[in-house]
Ligand binder design. Structure first.
Ligand code: MG
Length: 369
């Protein structure tokens, strides 16, 4: 196979409602779409990024720059047979997992199409519907937060993830628990806490949470291990796991008992599968996190979550959760049992709407042999 052409599109989609974490408040979300062309086929990948280095060090500008100046020149026009051969072309590029993931995942779509299989089948997926929950951003007031949760429960979501930060934690969780004693509930701090907050975090044990996600900084694996020894609730790592090795170290250290696999954050499907396989072998539950992807990334996340080890509900909400109009169809909808169907069409199983891409695209560039 030879990659004959690659198109990059920066799309910026307005969010249905502003989304706030402990770090940033967003009203629209950027994504860089990677479109690979080879042998008459066209594969799509997505780099869900941010305007600033809030979730990881990568921003939309660094993703674009690394793709344009390093990754695309390394693969364009090269002959290769399998995905590992393709990855070897840019093996020397360090870091920048989101940029690498967009390119690699487009190839997975292309390879699935070449095989005549859905991506989920190609990955050996074992389920056709994925149990999902919703990630609820921080609201200005407690009544507003409860009202927002109520609305998502009315939509059919059966698992809720609350974003927390110091000063917006115990009181909020207690109020949610009081109102919905049996709700599947978990929290995500996006690194807002430090070791000094351990007494507060220990109090979370009383609320029967599924997990506490990423309380400390991305590099604080030892501190997470220290915390996990002092709380019963499983710690789940997100930002700390940017490669297979990080997952291996975290498990060896006892820094977590659950891993949130975000395919772009770990550099693509190859690394994501390795992490999944490692966790499955060790009995560590994993779940699929979302990064406000369009339907391209959403389809990929659903295919990945069809694998056997994804035993906790994912943050892969319905298309309408974040965007009123997506750039690919069909939209993903939430079923009454809080699941979303894994696409079974060939490749990603979604069709990119080029007209819509053009409408929300603020930058595009084509690279040819
Ligand atoms: Mg998270």
């Amino acid at each position: 196979m030879k990659i004959e052409r690659i198109d990059l599109h920066l799309v910026e989609l307005p969010l249905v409602t502003p989304f706030e974490t402990s770090v940033v408040r967003e009203i629209r979300h950027p994504s860089i779409l990677v479109n690979l062309h080879a042998g008459g086929l066209s594969g799509w990948g997505e780099c869900p990024c941010e305007y600033g280095p809030w979730f990881t060090h990568e921003t939309l500008e660094t993703v674009w720059y690394i793709l344009k100046d390093y990754l695309i020149p390394a693969v364009l026009g090269k002959e290769f047979r399998e995905i590992p051969d393709f990855l070897a072309f840019y093996h020397s590029v360090r870091g920048h997992p989101i940029a690498r993931a967009g390119l690699e995942n487009a190839l997975w779509d292309l390879v699935a199409q070449r095989s005549g299989l859905s991506l989920a089948r190609l990955l050996g997926g074992v389920r056709s519907r994925i149990p999902v929950g919703v990630s609820v951003g921080i609201e200005p007031t407690l009544p507003a937060q409860l009202a927002r949760i109520e609305a998502y429960l009315a939509d059919g979501y059966r698992r809720v993830k609350l974003k927390i930060k110091p000063g917006w934690d115990l009181q909020v969780i207690q109020a949610v628990r009081q109102r919905w004693p049996d709700l599947l509930l978990q929290v995500d701090a996006n690194s807002a806490y430090t070791l000094e907050d351990i007494p507060v975090l220990r109090q979370l044990d009383q609320y029967n949470l599924l997990l506490i996600e990423q309380p400390f900084g991305p590099e604080d694996m030892l501190d997470h291990a220290r915390l996990q020894r002092q709380v019963r609730t499983p710690i789940c790592l997100d930002e700390s796991i940017t490669s297979y090795d990080h997952a291996r170290w975290a498990l060896e250290l006892g820094a977590c008992r659950v891993i949130n696999i975000k395919v772009p954050r770990v550099g693509g499907l190859t690394a994501a599968r390795k992490i999944h396989d490692l966790c499955l072998a060790q009995g560590i539950p994993v779940w699929g996190g979302g990064m406000l992807e369009t339907n391209i990334g959403r389809a990929l996340n659903l295919a990945a979550a069809a694998q056997a080890g994804y035993t906790l509900p994912g943050d892969i909400s319905a298309s309408a959760r974040y965007f009123s109009e997506d750039i690919a169809t069909p939209d993903f909808v939430l079923h009454e049992d809080s699941t979303i169907t894994v696409p079974d069409g060939v490749g990603l199983g979604v069709k990119v709407n080029q007209k819509r891409v053009k409408k929300v695209c603020s930058r595009t560039e084509t690279f040819t042999i």
